[in-house]
Design a protein. Sequence first.
Length: 209
Amino acid sequence: MNVLVVKANNRPASEGVSSRMYDVFMDNIGSDVNVKTFDVFKEDMPYFGQDFFDAMQKSAQAEELNDIEQRILTAANKAMDAFLDADIVVFAFPLWNKTIPAPLQTFIDYIYRAGVTFKYTEEGPQGLVPEKKVIILNARGGVYSTPEMAPSEMSVNYVRMIMNFFGIEDIEEVIIEGHNMYPDKAQEIVEDGMKHVEEMAQSLEKVRV
């Protein structure tokens, strides 16, 4: 079983709750699981844009790429290969400013590719990787699980929507929320969440893909 953990928080675990979630997950995953980390803050990942499209076109025509085109094509292929090789993909990230960290957006831009993770049909888009399982580990200081706040949450909702678009329906979540909103309960909230992270990691030993 191949597990890819996409780490998208560069704050130390003592300050970033989702960074600690990543650490706890990695500490509790079974030894029989082949796990790799893709740290989006440490990878060389130029922003997705015209350079990517130019690189794809030149590559298809066997033309020479300039430096930025080579960098972005190499980065995009590395992300795609890591994603496709995994049976289970774990996303560990915070809610920052109502959305996901920019490097995680770049990672998703890299793997959002027609003909690879989805395709267009006469009936509409169709996901091409439905066999994968996704685990979302997310932390947010406020409370967004209420009906009033849920529409403002654009991190977990976004990642889940993209994975559904790729055809993935097996998605599980561990979300820690409210620790900044309720500082008197912060330790209890975080510790309870970490227990769920432990259980999620340990449960992978029982999964057969």
